[in-house]
Every structure is written in C-alpha cells, then in structure tokens.
Design a protein around this ligand. Sequence first.
Ligand SMILES: Cc1ncc(COP(=O)(O)O)c(C=O)c1O
Length: 424
Amino acid sequence: MTTTFPVCDDRSLSQLALGLTGSEILKISGEIRVLAEAGHDICNLTVGDFSPKEFRIPQVLEGLIAEAFAKGETNYPPSDGTKELRQAVVRYYDDVLGLKYPLDSVLIAGGARPIIFSAYAAVVDPGDKVVYPIPSWNNNHYTYFMRGVPVEITVGPETNFLPTADLLRPHIRDARMICICTPLNPAGTVMAREEVERIARLVVEENERRAATGERALLILWDQVYWMLTFGASRHYSPPQLVPEVQPYTIFVDGISKAFAATGLRVGWTVAPPPITARMRDILGHVGAWAPRPEQIAVAKFLGMRSAIDDFHESMIRELQLRLDLLFDRIDAMRAEGLPIRAIAPQGAIYLSVQFDLIGRGAIKTNEQIRRLLLDDADFAVVPFQAFGLPNETGWFRLSVGAVSPAQIETGLARVRNVLARYA
Ligand SMILES: Cc1ncc(COP(=O)(O)O)c(C=O)c1O
C-alpha cells in the first residue's frame, strides 16, 4: 500500500517555497533524458555540463583525489575551506591575474552556487535593488530568495548580450549590487577590456559619491566561473585588474566546475573583501555546503601545477573550440545560403548564441514552439533565452557543447537544415 500524506498539500509549504520557480534548464534537460532513454538519438546541446565521454577532468587531479581518499582524508573540512586550498587560490590569483589578496578574502564552498547564494545573503536585504542583465544565469532566483528588488536590464545581440557601463549607469544610484558574468552563460561571449574598465570606474565613482553621503556601498558580484575558457583573440579581464580602487567592492565567484570540466566534484570559491567573506562563511556554515575534503586537498595541489593546468587547458580549449567553431561555421554557411538562422562567433565558455529566425513564419509565434519543432523534427535539443530571464520571443537560444561529439553536431545540424529549408 502506498502511504499518503493528507496534510502535506500546498498549505504546508512556506510562501518562499511556493513562490520559487524551478530551473527551466533542468526541466528541459529532464525531458531530453527521457527521450534519450526511449531510444532517440538526440543532439543534446541543453546542459551547461560536460559528458565525461567528451571531457574528462584532468588526470592529475583525478590521481590527487584518489590519493587523498586513500590517506583517509574524509572528515569535515574547516568551514572556510582547507588552509592549503585558500592559500593556493591566493597564489593563483596573484600569479595568473596579478591580484593580491589576504588569506581571509577566500572562502571555499561546494561549487559556485553556494558562493553566489551566500554572497547574496551576506549583502542583500529585503527591498534592496539588485541590478543584472537579462539573459543571465539565475540572478532572478537568487534575488527572489533574498526578497530583493530585481532591476533587470535587457541586453541584445548588439552588445553580444553583455551589459555595458552606459546601460548600467541609469540604474545604479540606489542599487545594492550589480551582478555580471563574463565569459557569459548563456551567450558564450566575453566582455571587452575597455568595457570592464568602464564598469569598474562607474562603481568606484558611485562609491566615492556614497562615501561622502554615508550611504551603503555599491557592490559588484563578478561571476568568472568560465574565465579560464576563452578562444582566439578574446581575453578575460576582471575589474580590479584594471581599476585597483574597485577591489574593496568586488565579490568574485569562481571554482573548478567549468574550468576543469569538474561539475560533479563540487569545489568553488569566492575572493572578496574579508568582512563579506567572513559572513558568507558563517551563512554557509549553517547550510553545510562545504566542498568535499579529498577534492579540496587535491585542488590545492593541482592549482600549484601550472604546466599541468596549461596542458589540460590546451586540449580542453581545443576540443571546445572545435565543437563551437563547427556549429558556428555550419550555421553561418546556412545563413549565407538564406536560411533563417544566425549565430554570434564563439568567444568563451562552452556556449554559442544562435537565433532561429522563425518567429512570424508559418504559425510560429514563440521560442517554445521553435524549441519543440527542433526537438520533434530534428532531434536537436536547445535552451531558449527565456530560461535566462529574457521574456522576448526573439528566437535566440543557447547551444552548449560540453556533452556532444563533433559527429553528433554534424548529423544534428544536417537535420536542422532540413527543418529550416521548409521555412526559407
Ligand atoms: C555563470 C555560472 N555561475 C555559476 C555556476 C554554478 O557553478 P557550480 O556548478 O560550481 O555550482 C554556473 C553553472 O552553470 C554558471 O553557469
């Protein structure tokens, strides 16, 4: 007999739980998994994840984790992370980004998500304004959690879906925090050096004004989880590298999930002003969202192995770029032929922005209709920018390449071509 829970209906749930919307991306990925299990050969470009068949974690890191397990390193880690890993992050930021931070700036957590959650919880009060571009990854959900007031800035292909200082300026006067991600999930684009510098100066100027009036500071949450993955001429920059005065206002979000194809290992970190880091640590201490101890010990050693990291990235970036370029080149060729599709050239992360320009053709009015059409008629699975908070029905989608082979891309695109030809 199945147990029923008569009192556990919606009335048992909190207002917070009832108002929360789940991840649209995970919902779509769940649907694709069911189709794949039913035997469909799907070109799955939905999840911001890696298939270990296509992208393995660095072998050296794998060995170091096994070693830590074998040594019995399985008890609680310190609540702010092992000292060795925090020191390794400090050294890595100094060596690679040229940024100097004290040890107290660094907090380790079980991935970048708890870092983002605790950053929001540490600085955003109910009613505080949080400014972020859309499309962007999950800022709407974190702002909701804090009962913050979202200030969403719609960005489009003309800025590669990235915000600019000019777009942010009108909204910062009474804002608590600006949230920026580069290289960008979902667009796969990278903010130019000059724009990073302009945004950094904007934040510094606003804080100079606030210092004079005694207002609380404007903070910037700088999500750079994809910073080690840039292609071609694109380079990653962060605000304090270009404008040192912005360092006291910058909260970095970072970790190994994307950088080392290690989404399942769960190691993330912040580098932030120490009083903020300390409160983030206290918040996460109650949640218990620590990174597993063997992984922390291994990553501490791995971050010190610059040539092993360089070797790994050389091959990882080559493989990512192969897939992204293949998608882009084929799509661009279809565009040149007059098919209703275009893409933005890949610059970083594991994504490509593609517009299936089908709105208004036949009976197609929504991105959801396009998504279904591609899935049903071409076994081609993609995520609409609506999943990143953008309400506009403009035909823009995120294509993620961490879980597909070049051959799957080729065959998937051939099927897409047939579908698009019907609408040309
Ligand atoms: C921009 C961005 N930040 C943070 C995260 C979270 O990473 P993690 O898997 O380390 O929690 C993701 C994951 O997709 C992401 O895309």
